[in-house]
Design a protein around this ligand. Structure first.
Ligand SMILES: NC(=O)c1ccc[n+]([C@@H]2O[C@H](COP(=O)([O-])OP(=O)(O)OC[C@H]3O[C@@H](n4cnc5c(N)ncnc54)[C@H](OP(=O)(O)O)[C@@H]3O)[C@@H](O)[C@H]2O)c1
Length: 244
């Protein structure tokens, strides 16, 4: 797919990995519709930075824990941009109290709503507006830790596991009109509140390539997947070999 002139919707596109995806898509010539939750000021900054690449950039807030809020996003993008060619499901939550013993039904519902139901609902609405003779692309952001079973971040893993399966199911369901691919991230950015040196020392001991990744590296791989026209159902691990 030629990216220049396409319209891309990025969930959680204002900060961190999502921001890098937004700016790389803008640099490649895509008009960007930047979804955010609470990060209003960073969203305005990312919008301004995207416009530096001479593309249109819109911002829109919706709570992905809320089904109606989630279902408002694609109509809002269509209203402002006419249609959407590319959907990137990057927004997610990752909680410290997410253990087998500590997770209650409130945590379960919130994690599943944001990390799995929202990409599902957005994919439904996205697919419905791609014309019968059109071509769309969906990219899901997964977690490479799923390559190795472990009980940390218990419900998060279950939700991202569902999103991994959804990636493959939608690749079949939506072919040939829409290609659905994913990247599965390892140590890319420290969790909010932790330092880069925390991530670097973790990478030095646990990552075979002995370094952490970066949001820009994630974006390079996402752009690669978007440009390819014979790939669907593919998941690229971006983890330096950590979960082999
Ligand atoms: N960082 C890593 O090293 C790493 C590793 C493995 C996987 N990943 C995956 O990569 C993706 C991006 O990671 P990240 O570290 O950049 O994420 P992050 O810092 O945790 O940011 C999460 C994003 O999701 C949005 N979000 C969360 N809950 C929301 C809600 N209820 N409604 C609307 N938006 C909501 C946030 O928007 P607002 O800030 O606007 O509220 C934010 O943009 C995620 O899917 C994550 O699971 C990241």
């Amino acid at each position: 797919m030629e990216l220049a002139g396409r319209i891309a919707l990025i969930t959680g596109g204002a900060v961190r990995v999502g921001r890098a995806l937004t700016l790389s898509l803008a640099e490649a010539g895509c008009h960007v519709f930047i979804h955010y939750g609470r990060s209003a000021a960073p969203a305005r900054q990312t919008q301004a930075d995207a416009r530096e690449f001479n593309v249109e950039a819109h911002i829109y807030s919706a709570d992905l824990a809320d089904a109606a809020g989630t279902q408002s996003i694609i109509p809002a993008a269509i209203e402002r941009c006419g249609h959407v060619d590319i959907l990137v499901n990057s927004a997610a939550i990752f909680l410290d109290d997410d253990t087998f013993g500590g997770a209650d039904e409130v945590l379960w519902d919130r994690l599943f709503a944001v990390n799995l139901r929202a990409p599902f609902l957005l994919s439904q609405a996205f697919a419905a507006q791609v014309p019968a003779d059109g071509h769309g692309k969906i990219i899901n952001i997964l977690d490479a830790r799923l390559r190795r079973p472990a009980p940390d971040h218990f419900v998060y893993r279950l939700g991202k596991g569902g999103l991994w399966t959804l990636t493959e199911m939608l690749a079949l369901e939506l072919a040939p009109r829409i290609a659905v691919n994913a990247v599965a991230l390892g140590a890319i950015l420290p969790p909010p509140g932790a330092s880069q040196s925390y991530l670097d020392s973790l990478a030095n001991t646990q990552v075979p390539l002995r370094r952490a990744g970066s949001p820009e590296l994630v974006a390079q791989n996402v752009l690669h997947l978007l440009r390819q026209d014979f790939l669907t159902g593919v998941v690229i691990p971006i983890d330096g070999g950590q979960f082999l």
